[in-house]
Design a protein around this ligand. Sequence first.
Ligand code: UTP
Length: 287
Amino acid sequence: MKVRKAVIPAAGLGTRFLPATKSIPKEMIPIIDKPMIQYIVEECVGAGIEDIILITARGKDSIADHFDHSFEVEETLRRKKNDELLAATEKVSKMANIIAVRQKNPMGLGHAVLTARQIVGNEPFAVLLGDDLVVSEKPCIRQCIEIFEERQKSVIGVMKVEKKDTSKYGIVGGKMLNDRLMDVNVMVEKPSPETAPSQLACPGRYVLKPEIFEILANTKPGRGGEIQLTDALAQLATGDGLLAYLFDGRRYDTGDKLGYIEATVAFALKRPDLADGVRKVLAEYLS
Ligand code: UTP
């Protein structure tokens, strides 16, 4: 079955970016001139996804607003004949069908995904975390969708991390089917380097069968008193099956301050209108 829908959980509190996130959703913080969440929506669109379900919360309406028309801005740009900015602004509102759903309490990532159940219905769907940007030739979620379509099993996108960093991620363990594909039989949230089943970490790209909803509905709060997606995935691994795919691409953890700065510099160095200027500024600071 074709993957037509994506769920983007964006209802978290963004505590690592306080005080900025007191009144601005973390997902609306820009990397240069686009809010973080726009990069994620662009990844979905590039992967052929038609419907995007945003899980938001109180005080986060600006995320859905960003993907709507902004009449005053567009009319002013039209009057001033600023065609380039007008096209860029209009493009955002036409990008995809955006459906916003509220998670009334931040009860964890698993709970956020479960909030999308009625809208996703009985079909496979993608999940992308707004904190993680992946730069790759083929969109990261497209790579995972292709594995799903080939094998008809839920897929998690994974990347290799240093042993000392396993405690920052959900880590998978299982049998390698080829260089890039693992049949997962265990999944552990933030294990210590000594207990980690592998160095393959999930930074936030999933293609899931709808069966995950029933599992999530019966998942008890785990680590931090939250309903963890990892716990439900671990159960899926022992039931219907779960694959982990080592995707091609570079991931930036924009939910973390240093990762955010790294992404800003890396993205700016790729922009023809900014690269030279940024290089000069960096050289000045580093000399
Ligand atoms: P994080 O824990 O990284 O995000 O959750 P956070 O809570 O916003 O940020 P910090 O850690 O407090 O700084 C990963 C993703 O899951 C979403 C978040 O919005 C983020 O995109 N999430 C998390 C929800 O949608 N609901 C939740 O209850 C928890």
